[in-house]
Design a protein around this ligand. Structure first.
Ligand code: ADP
Ligand code: MG
Length: 302
C-alpha cells in the first residue's frame, strides 16, 4: 500500500481496508507501506510473505512495474500481470486494442505538441474532452464546451507525463462495471452533482450519487458485454472496474479499464459486490484467492 504515485493517499485507504478485512477473516497479514526513499524489493523480501495483496494505485503499482518486480522475486500477487497492467494504464494503447477488437470507445486523437485550438477543432467539434493518456482519478481531464477553453485544457493535460488525448464527448449516462473472476459482477450508475465525475466528485464531495443501474435491461447487458470484452482484450487478471459512458441513443463507450480500482469499503467495486450479496471482506478474500500462485521461475528452471 501507499507507494510513490499521486494516488498514494487513496492507496493507503485501500490497503488499510483490505488489511483489516483479511485480518478479520483470520489471515496472517503484514501491512507494507512503500514510502519514497525505501526499497520495495527489500520491504517485500524482509516481510517473508507467501502472497502480495497489491493495493498500490497508479504509477509503479498499477502499471506493471511492481508486478514485474514481484514476478522476478517469485512472489504471487493479486490482480493483473505485467502486460495487462501497463496496457490498461495507457489510454492510447488501450484504445488501439479496443478498436482492434471492435469494442466501442469514444473517437480520439493525440494532440501534437504544437496543437492549437484551431487544429483541435479541425478534427472534432465541441463538446470534446481533453485528457492525459497516463493519469487516473480524473486528474488533468477537462470537458471542453467552448472553443475558448481549449488552450487551458491542453496545458492542464500536458502537465501530466505522456501524450495528451482529445476525445469526442459522450453525452448520456456514466456507468461502471465490476469484473470478478473474469466474469461480470455487476454495474453501478454514477451521477455526479457537478459537470462530470472529477476528482472532487470521486473523493471529496458527498453529493455524488451511486445508483443501481437505471438503464433498460438490454442496454445494460450491452454495456456489460462491452466491459467484459474490454477487460479480456487487455488480458486483465481476475478483477477490474471498467468505466463507460452510455450515449443518449443507448450506445456504450468504454473509457478505460482500471486494473487496480479503489478498494476502500466505500469504493465502487465493493458497492457493486455488496449489491450482489458479496460483503467487503469476502470480496477481499475472493481477490486474494485469485492471486497467481504459479511459480514464475519454474519454467526457467526446468
Ligand atoms: N469521452 C468522454 N465523454 C464524456 N465524459 C468523459 C469522457 N471522457 C472522460 N469523461 C469524464 O471524465 C471522467 C474521467 O475520465 P477517465 O477517462 O475515466 O479517466 P481517469 O483515468 O482519470 O478516471 C469520466 O469518469 C467521465 O466523467
Ligand atoms: Mg476513470
Amino acid at each position: 500500500m501507499g507507494g510513490l504515485s499521486a494516488e498514494r493517499a487513496v492507496s493507503l485507504d485501500t490497503g488499510r481496508g483490505v488489511y483489516d478485512a483479511l485480518v478479520s477473516r483470520g489471515h496472517d497479514c503484514v501491512a507494507i507501506d512503500w514510502v519514497e526513499g525505501t526499497s520495495v524489493a527489500d520491504l517485500v523480501h524482509d516481510a517473508n510473505i507467501d502472497v502480495v495483496w497489491n493495493a498500490l494505485h497508479g504509477t509503479y503499482g498499477e502499471d506493471g512495474a511492481v508486478q514485474g518486480l514481484l514476478q522476478c522475486l517469485g512472489i504471487p500477487y493479486t490482480g493483473s500481470g505485467i502486460l495487462a497492467s501497463s496496457l490498461a494504464m495507457d489510454k492510447v494503447a488501450s484504445k488501439r486494442i479496443f478498436e482492434s477488437h471492435d469494442i466501442p470507445t469514444p473517437g480520439w486523437f493525440i494532440a501534437a505538441a504544437e496543437a492549437t485550438a484551431d487544429s483541435v477543432l479541425a478534427n472534432v467539434a465541441v463538446p470534446l474532452v481533453i485528457k492525459p493518456a497516463n493519469e487516473g482519478s480524473s486528474v488533468g481531464v477537462t470537458i471542453v464546451t467552448e472553443p475558448g477553453q481549449i488552450p487551458a485544457a491542453l496545458e492542464l493535460a500536458r502537465r501530466c507525463h505522456g501524450p495528451t488525448l482529445v476525445e469526442t464527448f459522450i453525452a448520456g449516462t456514466e456507468i461502471q462495471t465490476g469484473i470478478l473472476d473474469d466474469v461480470v459482477l455487476g454495474s453501478i450508475d454514477v451521477r455526479p452533482a457537478v459537470e462530470f465525475y472529477d476528482y472532487d466528485a470521486k473523493y471529496c464531495r458527498d453529493d455524488t450519487q451511486y445508483l443501481t443501474p437505471t438503464l433498460p435491461a438490454d442496454l445494460l447487458a450491452r454495456a456489460e458485454t462491452a466491459a467484459l470484452d474490454a477487460h479480456r482484450s487487455l488480458m486483465c487478471g481476475s478483477y477490474s472496474r471498467v468505466d463507460m459512458r452510455v450515449s443518449e441513443s443507448g450506445e456504450p463507450y468504454v473509457l478505460e479499464v482500471n486494473t487496480l480500482p479503489g478498494m476502500t469499503s466505500h469504493s465502487l467495486l465493493p458497492k457493486i459486490a455488496a449489491n450482489k450479496g458479496i460483503d467487503y471482506a469476502s470480496l477481499c478474500e475472493r481477490i486474494l484467492s485469485s492471486a497467481n500462485h504459479e511459480d514464475p521461475h519454474a519454467k526457467a528452471r526446468d
